[in-house]
Design a protein around this ligand. Structure first.
Ligand code: PMT
Length: 407
């Protein structure tokens, strides 16, 4: 497996050394190509020593011109990864400029390209950068979205280079992907909630439910396999989150609410498979409630309805809810679809065998806002996840199927 690692001039350039090392752990041979400004942040010698390969830093590097170097490297590679990718290199890629070693490699490469942007939050949000990113996505370039946090410039927001493990996991997923696989969610950012939420009674006791997270994690895997960026917000489960997803672990409904609201603007599709606690103790004492022979009365108050708030803020986003029902599933599902302003609801009759909580299979009914009803017979949760995304693509995302067609 031959990978070109492109490094550009940004403070996150030092993380490229760790990316290189982790790629080697996966069995890759890595050759590094640096832009002139990358050399201001990290020395080529670091990459030469780690990779055991010459580093391309100059279009006309003495000793490397016996063959046309950028063409030779581009043909050699199974994948081109650029990490970190600055706003400048993204703009150059988008517009086909070719005036340094990395842009000439990009424009002559026929292998898949993955880029991991890193920059100041306003540079990332700028319309020019977002248009350039959209151009690259439309061309099939995989974008590993930057993470939110404190940036080197002192500001807070999205812009930080994704963690090396996430970058490497995504690269491996691209390399493993069969060419026949559906890539119909490229360019979409899917926010998924999974698992239960827990509401503390006191420091040692809590109320929760039987959700295992299996449905939500299956949705995350399906969305990733179809090319989406995925943010997975999960209550406590025993499952391992997919490495390519941005993963946020939460405990209570309040924490899930805050995490969803922090990330909702980035999302184009929101799928709420979590089994969110509807009530929580009104009082949460800071010390353990003592055992007593008397009955204990705990007053419960409603939790915030995360999905209803997402429905209020949805704009053009697609919002999918789940409903766990024990009676009149279709009727209750329709009511929730309308009340929470959803595009689709998947109703599970959790009394049916093989459906709902803590099993590997599920069955249910998908209802969409146009009134279409799709029966989902007993199948694995992963298959059901794909059936749900198939419906979203067919009904709402295919360019030939627009809102005006529906009227
Ligand atoms: O995790 P598994 O073991 O695989 O099980 C999967 C599942 C049964 C949990 C899943 O398929 C499912 O049905 N999830 C929704 C369960 C649920 O909470 O249903 P509900 O009818 O109470 O809520 C309807 C919707 O509103 C859900 O999308 C829920 O995430 C959302 N909600 C509910 C309450 C609340 N306070 N905030 C919310 O966002």
């Amino acid at each position: 497996m031959n990978i070109i690692l492109g490094v550009t001039g940004c403070i996150g350039a030092y993380k490229a050394a760790e990316v290189l090392r982790q790629l080697q752990e996966q069995g890759a041979t890595v050759r590094v190509v640096m832009t002139p400004s990358a050399r201001q942040f990290i020395a080529p010698l670091t990459f030469e020593a780690l990779s055991g390969q010459p580093v391309l830093t100059d279009l006309f590097q003495p000793g490397l011109n016996t063959r046309i170097k950028h063409i030779e490297i581009a043909r050699w590679a199974d994948l081109l990864l650029v990490a970190p990718a600055t706003a400048h290199i993204i703009a150059k890629f988008a517009h086909g400029l070719a005036d340094d070693p990395l842009t000439t490699v990009y424009i002559s490469a026929t292998c898949p390209t993955v880029i991991a942007p890193a920059m100041n939050v306003e540079m990332w949000r700028h319309a020019a950068t977002q248009e350039n990113i959209a151009t690259l996505r439309a061309r099939g370039v995989e974008i590993i979205e930057p993470e939110s946090g404190f940036l080197a410039c002192g500001e807070v927001g999205p812009g930080r280079l994704a963690e090396p493990a996430r970058i490497v996991a995504r690269v491996m997923a691209v390399l493993r992907r069969p060419s026949s696989e559906r890539r119909d969610l490229v360019g979409q950012h899917v926010l998924i909630t999974a698992g239960p939420t827990c509401e503390d009674i006191d420091p040692v006791r809590f109320i929760t439910n039987r959700s295992s997270g299996k449905m939500g994690y299956a949705l995350a895997e399906a969305a990733l396999a179809r090319g989406a960026d995925v943010t997975l917000i999960s209550g406590p489960t025993h499952l391992r989150p997919p490495r390519e997803a941005r993963f946020i672990s939460v405990w209570s409904t309040e924490e899930m609410y805050e995490a969803v609201m922090r990330h909702v603007n980035e999302a184009t599709i929101i799928v709420k498979a979590a089994a969110v606690a509807d009530f929580r103790p009104r009082e949460r004492p800071s010390s353990k409630i003592k055992k007593s022979p008397e009955p204990l009365h705990i007053e419960l108050e409603p939790t915030p309805d995360i999905l209803a708030e997402v429905g209020r803020r949805k704009g053009h986003r697609l919002v999918v809810g789940f409903a766990a029902e024990t009676d009149h599933p279709i009727e209750h599902g329709r009511q929730k679809l309308a009340q929470k302003n959803l595009d689709v609801i998947v109703v599970n009759d959790v009394t049916a065998e093989g459906a709902g909580f803590d099993v590997d299979t599920n069955r249910g009914t998908l209802i969409d806002r146009r009134g279409d009803i799709v029966e989902l017979p007993l199948m694995s949760k992963r298959e059901m996840a794909d059936r749900i995304f198939d419906h979203l693509v067919e009904a709402f995302l295919r360019p030939e199927r627009t809102e005006s067609d529906e009227e």
